[in-house]
Design a protein around this ligand. Structure first.
Ligand code: GTP
Length: 485
């Protein structure tokens, strides 16, 4: 009976996997053919699209699925060849079309498949590839794979009679169109697929392509600005009739980099795809296909720069995190020694310029080593944490708390002269003495050294004086003898 159950479950699981696999392959085929139809709309010369979206999907599919994508992509490319015949009426017999289709399919799929294979290997070899490494590999692979697809595609179609050998040189518009398709769409598709297949996340060079809903209004505004640039440049080109006006499209890099630096990678990649589509459609609408090559180059340059730009927000966030780590003591959250002295010098100059007094407290837990030895270092850590929490609770927001090291802390008290600073130290000493650890009810005491910082005196000089007073306080008879047990 159990066997029967397991058998049935396994069969059901297989059916589920088969169904989701069939759905995946079906969706890939539909998407590829839809993009191919879109590229036919964007064609400005036979076999030359402003950008060729299927190249982006082929490269993304081969990157994510490997050679398993071939059984879907090859039939799609063959179907597309027959579709060309339906649209343009090539006059070739079905047998010749089939041969042309197979040649085109092999040239296209093998070129991008090989490129994807090289990139998969390169990324697998490096343990955690950074954004610039992934982008460089992607640009090189896209350029070489699209060049190979172009050369093999043209030679194959000439040999099978789909295009005349005497046709005007096709290779540059074909290559740049394919390259633009790969550059514009591959990162977006791989990013979209990473939502479902987390195992490909490391290939994104540490970038997260997850969608976000925050700030959609401002993103829409930036997109609108990009579209405005596209429309103005293309309208000016159409109106002025001068090919030089087409070069103004390179200005699009400014709003595009604004999006890249301020929005998520997903939004950056999406805006590249949207403006590239808008350029292709409007070039056809305005009838300015004679300058198509300039727009193709503009799309490639803008997309490539944008991907390198993805590294910048990640580096800024990393830098912020590292400077926070360098400025804050990891255990207690107090300022580190270096950060404390840097901030204190600024506060001191500020207060003295306003004629305000500034004092410095230095404190050290009594017989802390005995606490560590008797109750363990975790208990010692808890005491350090509680001490800083109590200081924060007792002090003003403007007072700066720093950890000198070990169990020694310091507090800068702007606006307090020596008498008020000594009163503060006494208040803190009492509050800390009352503090007890939960569990063993362990208490502790703290010794203080206080110094007022004179005009023209450095923070280090004042620290030395306060530290001497702290040592003197430590040597005098002490309540620590009663509290540490
Ligand atoms: N739990 C814990 N212990 C620390 C940390 N940093 C330093 N210590 C310990 O703090 C103790 C400081 O010892 P001492 O400098 O001899 O100071 P003390 O025992 O308080 O002696 P007096 O200052 O003379 O009262 C050492 O045992 C260090 O190992 C920390 O982050 N966590």
């Amino acid at each position: 009976m159990e066997h029967y159950h397991f058998g049935r479950l396994r069969a059901l699981a297989h059916m589920g996997a088969d169904r989701s696999g069939a759905f995946r392959y079906g969706a890939l085929a539909v998407a590829w053919l839809a993009l191919w139809r879109l590229s036919a709309v964007m064609q400005y010369d036979p076999h030359a699209s402003l950008w060729f979206p299927p190249a982006g999907l082929t490269l993304a599919a081969m990157l994510v699925m490997g050679w398993r994508a071939i059984p879907v992509l090859v039939p799609c490319a063959i179907v597309a060849t027959f579709w060309i015949d339906r649209i343009y009426g090539t006059g070739l017999p079905a047998r010749a079309l089939l041969v042309s289709g197979i040649v085109f399919a092999l040239a296209h799929c093998l070129s991008y498949g090989l490129g994807a294979l090289v990139m998969r290997r390169a990324i697998r070899r490096s343990t955690s590839p950074s954004t610039p490494v992934v982008v460089t590999a992607f640009l090189l692979v896209s350029a070489l794979a699209s060049l190979s697809a172009t050369v093999l595609g043209i030679r194959g179609l000439e040999a099978t009679g789909l295009i005349a050998a005497s046709a005007p040189p096709l290779w540059l518009p074909w290559w740049i169109g394919d390259l633009a398709g790969a550059l514009v769409l591959t990162p977006l598709f791989v990013g979209l697929l990473s939502w479902r297949y987390p195992q490909i996340e490391p290939w994104l060079g540490g970038l997260s392509f997850l969608p976000q809903s925050r700030g959609s209004g401002t993103y829409a505004g930036k997109l609108a600005l990009e579209m405005l640039v596209v429309i103005v440049v293309l309208a000016a080109n159409a109106y002025l009739g001068t090919p030089e006006a087409a070069f103004a499209m390179f200005f699009l890099i400014l709003p595009q980099m604004w999006v890249v630096y301020t929005e998520s990678p997903f939004r950056g990649a999406l805006s590249i795809a949207l403006v590239s589509t808008a350029i292709a459609v409007l070039v056809a609408l305005f009838g300015i296909t004679r300058d198509a090559l300039v727009y193709q180059f503009a799309i490639c340059v803008i997309a490539a720069s944008a991907y390198f730009g993805f590294a910048v927000p990640a580096l800024v966030a990393q830098n912020r995190h590292l400077s926070e780590l360098a400025a804050t003591d990891g255990l207690t959250g107090a300022a580190t020694k270096t950060h404390f002295f840097e901030c204190s010098e600024r506060e001191l100059a500020d207060a003295h310029s306003q004629g305000l007094p500034v004092s410095l407290l230095v404190m050290d837990i009594d017989r802390f080593k005995a606490i560590n030895d008797g109750y363990g270092h975790a208990a010692g850590d808890q005491i350090l944490l509680n001490l800083v929490r109590t200081l924060r609770h007792q002090l003003r927001q403007s007072d700066l708390i720093g950890r000198f090291g070990g169990d020694e802390f310091m507090v800068l008290l702007p606006g307090l002269a020596l008498d008020r600073a000594e009163a503060t130290a006494e208040r803190l000493r009492r509050a800390l003495t009352e503090l007890r650890m939960p569990g063993p009810g362990l208490g502790f005491s703290v010794s203080f050294g206080v110094a007022a910082i004179g005009d023209g005196e450095s923070i280090m000089e004042a620290f030395r004086r306060a530290d001497e007073r702290l040592l003197a306080a430590k040597r005098s008879p002490h309540p620590a003898d009663e509290t540490v047990t």
